[in-house]
Design a binder for this molecule. Structure first.
Ligand code: NAD
Ligand code: UDX
Length: 473
Protein backbone atom coordinates (compact mmCIF):
# COMPACT_ATOMS: atom_id res chain seq x y z
CA UNK A 1 0.00 0.00 0.00
CA UNK A 2 1.42 3.40 -1.03
CA UNK A 3 1.98 5.55 2.05
CA UNK A 4 1.63 9.33 2.05
CA UNK A 5 2.60 11.60 4.91
CA UNK A 6 1.69 15.29 4.96
CA UNK A 7 3.65 17.60 7.25
CA UNK A 8 1.33 20.44 8.28
CA UNK A 9 -2.30 19.87 9.31
CA UNK A 10 -3.55 23.37 8.49
CA UNK A 11 -6.11 24.84 6.10
CA UNK A 12 -4.35 23.18 3.16
CA UNK A 13 -2.82 19.99 4.59
CA UNK A 14 -5.99 18.80 6.36
CA UNK A 15 -8.59 19.22 3.59
CA UNK A 16 -6.19 18.23 0.78
CA UNK A 17 -5.19 14.98 2.43
CA UNK A 18 -8.78 14.22 3.44
CA UNK A 19 -9.70 14.30 -0.27
CA UNK A 20 -6.70 12.11 -1.21
CA UNK A 21 -7.74 9.54 1.41
CA UNK A 22 -11.41 9.77 0.38
CA UNK A 23 -10.68 9.26 -3.31
CA UNK A 24 -7.84 6.73 -2.91
CA UNK A 25 -8.88 3.93 -0.51
CA UNK A 26 -5.76 2.01 -1.64
CA UNK A 27 -3.45 4.72 -0.23
CA UNK A 28 -2.70 5.26 3.45
CA UNK A 29 -2.53 8.93 4.42
CA UNK A 30 -1.08 10.33 7.64
CA UNK A 31 -1.29 14.06 8.39
CA UNK A 32 1.23 15.17 11.02
CA UNK A 33 1.80 18.43 12.84
CA UNK A 34 3.86 19.79 15.72
CA UNK A 35 0.73 21.42 17.13
CA UNK A 36 -0.83 18.84 19.45
CA UNK A 37 -3.99 20.94 19.85
CA UNK A 38 -4.53 21.03 16.09
CA UNK A 39 -4.06 17.26 15.80
CA UNK A 40 -6.40 16.68 18.76
CA UNK A 41 -9.03 18.80 16.99
CA UNK A 42 -8.62 16.83 13.74
CA UNK A 43 -9.22 13.66 15.78
CA UNK A 44 -12.31 15.14 17.47
CA UNK A 45 -15.84 15.94 16.31
CA UNK A 46 -14.96 19.64 16.15
CA UNK A 47 -12.42 20.01 13.32
CA UNK A 48 -9.94 22.91 13.52
CA UNK A 49 -10.98 24.20 10.10
CA UNK A 50 -14.53 25.26 9.19
CA UNK A 51 -15.08 24.30 5.57
CA UNK A 52 -18.44 23.29 4.06
CA UNK A 53 -18.50 19.53 3.33
CA UNK A 54 -15.23 18.79 5.12
CA UNK A 55 -16.70 17.06 8.18
CA UNK A 56 -18.45 14.35 6.15
CA UNK A 57 -15.32 13.60 4.11
CA UNK A 58 -13.09 13.36 7.21
CA UNK A 59 -15.57 11.23 9.15
CA UNK A 60 -15.90 8.80 6.21
CA UNK A 61 -12.20 7.95 6.08
CA UNK A 62 -10.65 8.88 9.43
CA UNK A 63 -9.35 5.70 11.09
CA UNK A 64 -9.68 3.82 7.75
CA UNK A 65 -6.89 5.23 5.60
CA UNK A 66 -6.69 8.76 7.05
CA UNK A 67 -4.82 9.39 10.29
CA UNK A 68 -3.86 12.55 12.18
CA UNK A 69 -0.81 12.34 14.45
CA UNK A 70 1.87 14.32 16.25
CA UNK A 71 4.37 11.51 15.65
CA UNK A 72 6.03 13.34 12.78
CA UNK A 73 9.19 11.23 12.73
CA UNK A 74 7.46 7.85 12.53
CA UNK A 75 5.08 8.81 9.70
CA UNK A 76 7.80 10.60 7.73
CA UNK A 77 10.07 7.56 8.05
CA UNK A 78 7.29 5.22 6.88
CA UNK A 79 6.11 7.28 3.90
CA UNK A 80 6.83 6.88 0.19
CA UNK A 81 5.57 10.38 -0.62
CA UNK A 82 5.91 13.32 1.80
CA UNK A 83 3.85 16.43 1.16
CA UNK A 84 5.13 19.51 2.97
CA UNK A 85 2.25 21.89 3.66
CA UNK A 86 3.69 24.03 6.42
CA UNK A 87 3.05 27.77 6.72
CA UNK A 88 5.31 30.13 4.71
CA UNK A 89 4.44 33.54 6.16
CA UNK A 90 6.01 36.88 5.29
CA UNK A 91 9.35 37.37 7.06
CA UNK A 92 8.98 39.72 10.02
CA UNK A 93 12.60 40.57 10.58
CA UNK A 94 16.03 40.41 8.99
CA UNK A 95 16.87 40.44 5.30
CA UNK A 96 13.72 40.87 3.21
CA UNK A 97 11.52 41.59 6.25
CA UNK A 98 7.98 42.57 5.27
CA UNK A 99 8.26 40.97 1.84
CA UNK A 100 10.26 37.74 1.55
CA UNK A 101 8.76 34.37 2.50
CA UNK A 102 9.90 32.99 5.84
CA UNK A 103 11.04 29.44 5.07
CA UNK A 104 11.97 28.53 8.66
CA UNK A 105 9.17 25.96 8.95
CA UNK A 106 9.96 24.50 5.55
CA UNK A 107 13.66 24.18 6.35
CA UNK A 108 13.05 22.46 9.68
CA UNK A 109 10.65 20.03 7.97
CA UNK A 110 13.32 19.28 5.34
CA UNK A 111 15.97 18.69 7.99
CA UNK A 112 13.67 16.32 9.83
CA UNK A 113 12.94 14.40 6.61
CA UNK A 114 16.69 14.06 6.00
CA UNK A 115 17.33 12.93 9.58
CA UNK A 116 14.72 10.19 9.85
CA UNK A 117 14.55 8.77 6.31
CA UNK A 118 15.99 5.33 5.72
CA UNK A 119 14.24 4.66 2.38
CA UNK A 120 13.92 6.66 -0.88
CA UNK A 121 11.29 9.41 -0.79
CA UNK A 122 9.39 11.74 -3.06
CA UNK A 123 9.16 15.13 -1.31
CA UNK A 124 6.35 17.35 -2.57
CA UNK A 125 6.21 21.12 -2.11
CA UNK A 126 2.57 21.80 -1.29
CA UNK A 127 3.25 25.09 0.49
CA UNK A 128 3.53 28.21 -1.66
CA UNK A 129 7.26 28.94 -1.89
CA UNK A 130 9.63 31.26 -3.74
CA UNK A 131 10.93 30.04 -7.09
CA UNK A 132 14.01 27.84 -6.71
CA UNK A 133 13.04 26.65 -3.23
CA UNK A 134 13.18 23.09 -4.53
CA UNK A 135 16.88 23.58 -5.22
CA UNK A 136 17.53 24.74 -1.65
CA UNK A 137 15.50 21.87 -0.22
CA UNK A 138 17.35 19.41 -2.44
CA UNK A 139 20.65 20.65 -0.99
CA UNK A 140 19.46 20.19 2.58
CA UNK A 141 18.19 16.70 1.83
CA UNK A 142 21.16 15.46 -0.16
CA UNK A 143 23.75 16.86 2.27
CA UNK A 144 22.23 14.83 5.09
CA UNK A 145 20.94 11.87 3.11
CA UNK A 146 22.87 8.80 4.39
CA UNK A 147 22.55 7.32 0.91
CA UNK A 148 18.77 7.78 0.71
CA UNK A 149 17.60 9.25 -2.62
CA UNK A 150 15.10 12.10 -2.72
CA UNK A 151 13.09 13.49 -5.61
CA UNK A 152 11.57 16.94 -5.12
CA UNK A 153 8.32 17.87 -6.84
CA UNK A 154 6.40 21.12 -6.87
CA UNK A 155 2.65 20.62 -6.55
CA UNK A 156 1.18 23.99 -5.56
CA UNK A 157 -2.33 24.14 -4.16
CA UNK A 158 -5.03 26.32 -5.72
CA UNK A 159 -7.94 25.73 -3.35
CA UNK A 160 -9.81 28.75 -2.02
CA UNK A 161 -11.18 28.72 1.50
CA UNK A 162 -14.92 28.31 1.80
CA UNK A 163 -15.03 26.27 -1.43
CA UNK A 164 -12.06 24.02 -0.69
CA UNK A 165 -13.88 20.71 -1.00
CA UNK A 166 -15.36 21.50 -4.41
CA UNK A 167 -12.04 22.99 -5.55
CA UNK A 168 -10.20 19.82 -4.50
CA UNK A 169 -12.78 17.44 -5.98
CA UNK A 170 -13.00 19.36 -9.29
CA UNK A 171 -9.75 21.29 -9.73
CA UNK A 172 -9.30 23.49 -12.82
CA UNK A 173 -5.83 21.99 -12.97
CA UNK A 174 -3.26 20.10 -10.91
CA UNK A 175 0.33 21.25 -11.51
CA UNK A 176 3.21 18.87 -11.00
CA UNK A 177 6.69 20.24 -11.53
CA UNK A 178 9.68 17.92 -11.56
CA UNK A 179 13.21 17.42 -12.86
CA UNK A 180 13.55 16.25 -16.46
CA UNK A 181 15.84 13.36 -15.44
CA UNK A 182 14.44 9.78 -15.65
CA UNK A 183 14.22 9.70 -11.81
CA UNK A 184 12.47 13.08 -11.77
CA UNK A 185 9.96 11.97 -14.40
CA UNK A 186 9.33 8.69 -12.55
CA UNK A 187 8.48 10.71 -9.43
CA UNK A 188 6.16 12.95 -11.48
CA UNK A 189 4.39 9.84 -12.81
CA UNK A 190 3.93 8.46 -9.29
CA UNK A 191 2.23 11.66 -8.18
CA UNK A 192 0.16 11.80 -11.39
CA UNK A 193 -1.11 8.30 -10.55
CA UNK A 194 -2.37 9.54 -7.17
CA UNK A 195 -4.37 12.43 -8.68
CA UNK A 196 -5.54 10.24 -11.57
CA UNK A 197 -7.85 8.50 -9.05
CA UNK A 198 -10.28 11.39 -9.52
CA UNK A 199 -8.84 14.18 -11.70
CA UNK A 200 -9.26 13.89 -15.52
CA UNK A 201 -5.91 13.37 -17.29
CA UNK A 202 -6.18 16.63 -19.27
CA UNK A 203 -6.30 18.59 -16.01
CA UNK A 204 -3.08 17.13 -14.63
CA UNK A 205 -0.28 19.25 -16.05
CA UNK A 206 3.38 18.28 -15.77
CA UNK A 207 6.08 20.92 -16.18
CA UNK A 208 9.50 22.01 -14.96
CA UNK A 209 10.03 22.70 -11.25
CA UNK A 210 10.64 26.42 -11.62
CA UNK A 211 7.62 26.94 -13.86
CA UNK A 212 5.37 25.19 -11.34
CA UNK A 213 6.75 27.28 -8.47
CA UNK A 214 6.31 30.56 -10.37
CA UNK A 215 2.87 29.57 -11.69
CA UNK A 216 1.46 29.55 -8.16
CA UNK A 217 2.75 33.05 -7.37
CA UNK A 218 1.62 34.27 -10.79
CA UNK A 219 -1.90 32.84 -10.38
CA UNK A 220 -2.43 34.57 -7.04
CA UNK A 221 -0.95 37.81 -8.36
CA UNK A 222 -3.30 37.77 -11.39
CA UNK A 223 -6.34 37.05 -9.20
CA UNK A 224 -5.51 39.81 -6.70
CA UNK A 225 -4.74 42.18 -9.57
CA UNK A 226 -8.28 41.73 -10.93
CA UNK A 227 -9.71 42.71 -7.56
CA UNK A 228 -7.45 45.74 -7.26
CA UNK A 229 -8.37 46.72 -10.83
CA UNK A 230 -12.11 46.63 -10.16
CA UNK A 231 -11.61 48.34 -6.80
CA UNK A 232 -9.69 51.14 -8.54
CA UNK A 233 -12.70 51.48 -10.87
CA UNK A 234 -15.04 51.53 -7.86
CA UNK A 235 -13.45 54.76 -6.63
CA UNK A 236 -13.87 56.33 -10.07
CA UNK A 237 -17.48 55.11 -10.29
CA UNK A 238 -18.31 56.78 -6.97
CA UNK A 239 -16.76 60.02 -8.19
CA UNK A 240 -18.74 59.96 -11.44
CA UNK A 241 -22.08 58.41 -10.40
CA UNK A 242 -21.40 55.25 -12.42
CA UNK A 243 -22.16 51.78 -11.02
CA UNK A 244 -19.20 49.42 -10.67
CA UNK A 245 -21.42 46.34 -10.89
CA UNK A 246 -22.61 47.44 -14.32
CA UNK A 247 -19.05 48.25 -15.36
CA UNK A 248 -17.80 44.84 -14.14
CA UNK A 249 -20.63 43.14 -16.03
CA UNK A 250 -19.79 45.00 -19.22
CA UNK A 251 -16.06 44.32 -18.94
CA UNK A 252 -16.54 40.66 -17.94
CA UNK A 253 -18.82 40.01 -20.92
CA UNK A 254 -15.69 40.16 -23.06
CA UNK A 255 -14.81 36.48 -23.16
CA UNK A 256 -11.12 37.40 -23.07
CA UNK A 257 -11.68 38.93 -19.62
CA UNK A 258 -14.44 36.73 -18.15
CA UNK A 259 -16.83 37.63 -15.35
CA UNK A 260 -15.35 35.92 -12.28
CA UNK A 261 -13.37 37.73 -9.60
CA UNK A 262 -14.61 41.16 -10.55
CA UNK A 263 -16.62 41.93 -7.41
CA UNK A 264 -15.65 45.29 -5.99
CA UNK A 265 -15.15 45.10 -2.24
CA UNK A 266 -13.62 46.79 0.78
CA UNK A 267 -10.45 44.94 -0.25
CA UNK A 268 -9.20 41.40 -0.53
CA UNK A 269 -8.03 39.54 2.56
CA UNK A 270 -6.87 36.01 3.34
CA UNK A 271 -3.55 34.47 4.12
CA UNK A 272 -2.36 34.20 0.52
CA UNK A 273 -2.78 37.21 -1.77
CA UNK A 274 -0.78 39.85 0.08
CA UNK A 275 1.87 37.42 1.28
CA UNK A 276 2.40 35.88 -2.14
CA UNK A 277 2.50 39.18 -4.03
CA UNK A 278 5.01 40.64 -1.56
CA UNK A 279 7.06 37.50 -2.02
CA UNK A 280 6.86 37.95 -5.81
CA UNK A 281 7.89 41.61 -5.43
CA UNK A 282 10.89 40.56 -3.37
CA UNK A 283 11.96 37.92 -5.90
CA UNK A 284 11.72 40.51 -8.70
CA UNK A 285 13.79 42.98 -6.68
CA UNK A 286 16.42 40.31 -5.99
CA UNK A 287 16.62 39.72 -9.75
CA UNK A 288 17.10 43.44 -10.43
CA UNK A 289 13.62 43.77 -11.98
CA UNK A 290 12.60 47.04 -10.29
CA UNK A 291 9.83 47.96 -12.76
CA UNK A 292 8.27 44.50 -12.52
CA UNK A 293 8.45 44.65 -8.72
CA UNK A 294 6.79 48.08 -8.68
CA UNK A 295 4.02 46.91 -10.98
CA UNK A 296 2.97 44.13 -8.59
CA UNK A 297 3.54 46.25 -5.48
CA UNK A 298 0.82 48.57 -6.74
CA UNK A 299 -1.74 45.74 -6.43
CA UNK A 300 -1.13 45.63 -2.67
CA UNK A 301 -1.01 49.43 -2.35
CA UNK A 302 -4.36 49.79 -4.08
CA UNK A 303 -5.81 47.22 -1.67
CA UNK A 304 -4.56 49.26 1.30
CA UNK A 305 -6.03 52.39 -0.30
CA UNK A 306 -9.41 50.70 -0.68
CA UNK A 307 -9.53 49.76 3.02
CA UNK A 308 -8.56 53.23 4.22
CA UNK A 309 -10.96 54.84 1.71
CA UNK A 310 -13.77 52.82 3.28
CA UNK A 311 -12.92 54.06 6.79
CA UNK A 312 -12.72 57.66 5.58
CA UNK A 313 -16.08 57.32 3.85
CA UNK A 314 -17.66 56.12 7.12
CA UNK A 315 -16.16 58.90 9.21
CA UNK A 316 -16.88 61.70 6.74
CA UNK A 317 -20.49 60.52 6.26
CA UNK A 318 -21.13 60.51 9.99
CA UNK A 319 -20.39 64.22 10.49
CA UNK A 320 -16.64 63.69 10.44
CA UNK A 321 -16.51 61.75 13.70
CA UNK A 322 -17.46 58.35 15.02
CA UNK A 323 -16.21 59.07 18.53
CA UNK A 324 -18.43 57.44 21.16
CA UNK A 325 -20.75 56.19 18.43
CA UNK A 326 -21.79 52.55 18.36
CA UNK A 327 -20.81 50.89 15.10
CA UNK A 328 -22.12 47.39 14.35
CA UNK A 329 -19.53 45.33 12.48
CA UNK A 330 -21.25 42.52 10.61
CA UNK A 331 -18.77 39.82 9.64
CA UNK A 332 -15.13 39.54 10.58
CA UNK A 333 -13.88 36.57 8.49
CA UNK A 334 -11.98 37.49 5.30
CA UNK A 335 -14.75 35.94 3.18
CA UNK A 336 -17.93 33.95 3.75
CA UNK A 337 -18.00 30.25 4.63
CA UNK A 338 -14.75 30.34 6.57
CA UNK A 339 -13.78 31.17 10.14
CA UNK A 340 -10.35 32.35 8.93
CA UNK A 341 -9.46 35.95 9.75
CA UNK A 342 -5.92 36.13 8.38
CA UNK A 343 -5.42 39.56 6.73
CA UNK A 344 -9.16 40.18 6.85
CA UNK A 345 -10.02 43.77 5.84
CA UNK A 346 -12.24 43.85 8.95
CA UNK A 347 -9.08 44.23 11.06
CA UNK A 348 -7.98 47.41 9.26
CA UNK A 349 -11.47 48.89 9.23
CA UNK A 350 -12.05 48.14 12.95
CA UNK A 351 -8.66 49.60 13.84
CA UNK A 352 -9.40 52.71 11.79
CA UNK A 353 -12.72 53.20 13.58
CA UNK A 354 -11.17 52.53 16.99
CA UNK A 355 -8.55 55.19 16.31
CA UNK A 356 -11.44 57.59 15.82
CA UNK A 357 -12.83 56.38 19.20
CA UNK A 358 -15.82 54.47 17.93
CA UNK A 359 -17.41 51.72 20.01
CA UNK A 360 -17.64 48.48 18.07
CA UNK A 361 -20.17 45.71 18.41
CA UNK A 362 -18.86 42.83 16.32
CA UNK A 363 -20.80 39.82 15.04
CA UNK A 364 -19.53 36.94 12.93
CA UNK A 365 -21.22 33.53 12.70
CA UNK A 366 -17.92 31.60 12.62
CA UNK A 367 -15.17 33.63 14.26
CA UNK A 368 -14.63 33.27 18.01
CA UNK A 369 -14.45 36.18 20.44
CA UNK A 370 -10.94 35.07 21.40
CA UNK A 371 -9.80 35.28 17.76
CA UNK A 372 -11.31 38.75 17.22
CA UNK A 373 -9.71 40.12 20.41
CA UNK A 374 -6.39 38.62 19.35
CA UNK A 375 -6.64 40.10 15.84
CA UNK A 376 -7.44 43.54 17.22
CA UNK A 377 -4.46 43.26 19.54
CA UNK A 378 -6.66 43.39 22.64
CA UNK A 379 -4.78 40.57 24.37
CA UNK A 380 -1.56 42.57 24.13
CA UNK A 381 -0.48 43.56 27.66
CA UNK A 382 0.98 46.77 26.18
CA UNK A 383 -2.47 47.75 24.96
CA UNK A 384 -2.49 50.91 27.05
CA UNK A 385 -5.24 52.87 25.33
CA UNK A 386 -8.01 50.97 27.08
CA UNK A 387 -9.46 50.19 23.65
CA UNK A 388 -10.65 46.77 24.75
CA UNK A 389 -13.52 48.56 26.52
CA UNK A 390 -14.53 49.97 23.13
CA UNK A 391 -15.20 46.49 21.76
CA UNK A 392 -18.11 44.19 22.37
CA UNK A 393 -18.31 40.84 20.60
CA UNK A 394 -21.81 39.40 20.35
CA UNK A 395 -23.41 36.23 19.06
CA UNK A 396 -26.63 37.84 17.87
CA UNK A 397 -26.74 40.16 14.90
CA UNK A 398 -29.68 42.16 16.33
CA UNK A 399 -27.82 42.73 19.57
CA UNK A 400 -24.94 44.11 17.48
CA UNK A 401 -27.19 46.56 15.67
CA UNK A 402 -29.41 47.64 18.61
CA UNK A 403 -28.79 51.31 19.38
CA UNK A 404 -26.06 51.52 16.72
CA UNK A 405 -25.42 54.70 14.75
CA UNK A 406 -23.97 52.80 11.83
CA UNK A 407 -23.66 49.27 10.40
CA UNK A 408 -20.60 48.09 8.45
CA UNK A 409 -20.88 44.89 6.42
CA UNK A 410 -17.40 43.40 6.27
CA UNK A 411 -18.05 39.80 5.13
CA UNK A 412 -20.53 38.64 2.49
CA UNK A 413 -22.26 36.05 4.74
CA UNK A 414 -25.54 35.03 3.03
CA UNK A 415 -27.52 35.71 6.20
CA UNK A 416 -26.82 39.45 5.87
CA UNK A 417 -28.96 39.54 2.71
CA UNK A 418 -32.09 38.43 4.53
CA UNK A 419 -31.88 40.22 7.88
CA UNK A 420 -34.99 41.97 9.18
CA UNK A 421 -33.82 45.45 8.21
CA UNK A 422 -37.13 47.07 9.26
CA UNK A 423 -36.45 45.80 12.78
CA UNK A 424 -32.84 46.94 12.61
CA UNK A 425 -33.88 50.41 11.42
CA UNK A 426 -36.38 50.75 14.26
CA UNK A 427 -33.86 49.99 16.98
CA UNK A 428 -30.90 51.97 15.56
CA UNK A 429 -30.06 55.63 16.20
CA UNK A 430 -31.29 58.00 13.49
CA UNK A 431 -30.09 58.95 10.97
CA UNK A 432 -29.14 55.27 10.44
CA UNK A 433 -26.16 54.49 8.23
CA UNK A 434 -25.23 51.26 6.44
CA UNK A 435 -21.81 50.90 4.83
CA UNK A 436 -21.81 47.82 2.64
CA UNK A 437 -18.22 46.70 2.05
CA UNK A 438 -19.34 43.69 0.02
CA UNK A 439 -22.29 44.96 -2.01
CA UNK A 440 -24.59 42.27 -0.61
CA UNK A 441 -27.64 44.28 0.41
CA UNK A 442 -30.44 45.70 -1.74
CA UNK A 443 -29.57 49.37 -1.26
CA UNK A 444 -32.74 50.72 -2.88
CA UNK A 445 -34.96 48.68 -0.57
CA UNK A 446 -33.00 49.83 2.47
CA UNK A 447 -33.21 53.46 1.38
CA UNK A 448 -37.00 53.05 1.22
CA UNK A 449 -36.93 51.86 4.85
CA UNK A 450 -35.05 55.04 5.74
CA UNK A 451 -31.39 54.05 5.84
CA UNK A 452 -28.57 56.15 4.42
CA UNK A 453 -26.69 53.57 2.39
CA UNK A 454 -23.14 53.51 1.06
CA UNK A 455 -22.31 50.68 -1.36
CA UNK A 456 -18.83 50.29 -2.81
CA UNK A 457 -18.55 51.77 -6.31
CA UNK A 458 -22.23 52.74 -6.60
CA UNK A 459 -23.79 56.16 -7.19
CA UNK A 460 -23.75 57.94 -3.86
CA UNK A 461 -26.82 58.49 -1.74
CA UNK A 462 -27.87 62.20 -1.97
CA UNK A 463 -26.89 62.54 1.70
CA UNK A 464 -23.34 61.41 0.97
CA UNK A 465 -23.11 63.25 -2.35
CA UNK A 466 -23.70 66.61 -0.71
CA UNK A 467 -20.82 66.10 1.71
CA UNK A 468 -17.40 67.49 0.88
CA UNK A 469 -15.21 65.01 -1.02
CA UNK A 470 -13.39 62.40 1.07
CA UNK A 471 -10.55 64.36 2.65
CA UNK A 472 -6.99 63.39 1.77
CA UNK A 473 -5.11 61.40 4.44
P1 NAD B 1 -1.56 26.82 8.36
O1 NAD B 1 -0.85 27.77 9.20
O2 NAD B 1 -3.06 26.68 8.49
O3 NAD B 1 -0.96 25.34 8.60
C1 NAD B 1 0.40 25.05 8.63
C2 NAD B 1 0.63 23.99 9.69
O4 NAD B 1 1.99 23.55 9.59
C3 NAD B 1 0.43 24.48 11.13
O5 NAD B 1 -0.56 23.69 11.76
C4 NAD B 1 1.82 24.30 11.77
O6 NAD B 1 1.74 23.90 13.13
C5 NAD B 1 2.41 23.21 10.91
N1 NAD B 1 3.88 23.15 10.96
C6 NAD B 1 4.77 24.17 10.81
N2 NAD B 1 6.03 23.71 10.86
C7 NAD B 1 5.94 22.38 11.06
C8 NAD B 1 6.92 21.34 11.19
N3 NAD B 1 8.22 21.60 11.09
N4 NAD B 1 6.48 20.08 11.40
C9 NAD B 1 5.15 19.81 11.49
N5 NAD B 1 4.19 20.74 11.36
C10 NAD B 1 4.58 22.01 11.13
O7 NAD B 1 -1.19 27.16 6.85
P2 NAD B 1 -2.06 26.86 5.54
O8 NAD B 1 -3.08 27.94 5.34
O9 NAD B 1 -2.49 25.44 5.52
O10 NAD B 1 -0.97 27.10 4.40
C11 NAD B 1 0.08 26.18 4.20
C12 NAD B 1 0.78 26.53 2.90
O11 NAD B 1 -0.14 26.40 1.81
C13 NAD B 1 1.30 27.98 2.84
O12 NAD B 1 2.51 27.99 2.12
C14 NAD B 1 0.22 28.70 2.06
O13 NAD B 1 0.74 29.82 1.37
C15 NAD B 1 -0.22 27.64 1.08
N6 NAD B 1 -1.60 27.79 0.61
C16 NAD B 1 -2.60 28.16 1.45
C17 NAD B 1 -3.91 28.26 0.98
C18 NAD B 1 -5.04 28.66 1.89
O14 NAD B 1 -6.14 28.88 1.40
N7 NAD B 1 -4.87 28.77 3.19
C19 NAD B 1 -4.20 27.94 -0.35
C20 NAD B 1 -3.14 27.55 -1.18
C21 NAD B 1 -1.85 27.47 -0.70
C1 UDX C 1 -6.95 32.50 -2.86
C2 UDX C 1 -6.98 31.93 -4.27
O1 UDX C 1 -8.29 32.17 -4.85
C3 UDX C 1 -6.67 30.45 -4.25
O2 UDX C 1 -6.62 29.94 -5.59
C4 UDX C 1 -5.33 30.25 -3.58
O3 UDX C 1 -5.04 28.86 -3.53
C5 UDX C 1 -5.34 30.84 -2.19
O4 UDX C 1 -5.69 32.24 -2.25
P1 UDX C 1 -8.61 32.49 -0.78
O5 UDX C 1 -7.74 33.57 -0.28
O6 UDX C 1 -8.93 31.35 0.10
O7 UDX C 1 -7.99 31.87 -2.12
O8 UDX C 1 -10.03 33.12 -1.23
P2 UDX C 1 -10.50 33.97 -2.51
O9 UDX C 1 -11.81 33.46 -2.92
O10 UDX C 1 -9.47 34.05 -3.54
O11 UDX C 1 -10.74 35.42 -1.89
C6 UDX C 1 -9.65 36.21 -1.44
C7 UDX C 1 -10.16 37.57 -1.03
O12 UDX C 1 -10.58 38.32 -2.17
C8 UDX C 1 -11.37 37.54 -0.10
O13 UDX C 1 -11.24 38.54 0.88
C9 UDX C 1 -12.53 37.84 -1.02
O14 UDX C 1 -13.63 38.39 -0.35
C10 UDX C 1 -11.89 38.84 -1.97
N1 UDX C 1 -12.55 38.93 -3.28
C11 UDX C 1 -12.65 37.84 -4.08
C12 UDX C 1 -13.04 40.16 -3.71
O15 UDX C 1 -12.95 41.16 -3.01
N2 UDX C 1 -13.62 40.23 -4.96
C13 UDX C 1 -13.74 39.15 -5.78
O16 UDX C 1 -14.27 39.29 -6.89
C14 UDX C 1 -13.23 37.91 -5.32
Amino acid sequence: MLKICCIGAGYVGGPTMAIVAYKCPDIQVAVVDISSSRIAAWNSSSLPVFEPGLDDIVMSCRGRNLFFSTDVEKHVADADIIFVSVNTPTKRQGLGAGKAADLTYWESAARLIADVSTSDKIVVEKSTVPVKTAEAIERILTHNSNGVRFQILSNPEFLAEGTAINDLLHPDRVLIGGRSTPEGQAAVNTLVSVYAHWVPADRIISMGLWSAEISKLAANAFLAQRISSINAMSALCEATSADVTQVAYAVGKDSRVGHRFLNASVGYGGSCFQKDILNLVYICECNGLTEVANYWKQVVQLNDYQKSRFVKRIVSSMFNTVAQKKMAILGFAFKKDTGDTRETPAIDVCQGLLRDNAHLSIYDPQVTEEQIRHDLDMDNPDETHGRSKQINIVSDVYEATEGAHGVCIMTEWDEFKTLDYERIFKHMQHPSFIFDGRNVIDADRLRKIGFIVYSIGKPLDPWLRDLPAVPPS
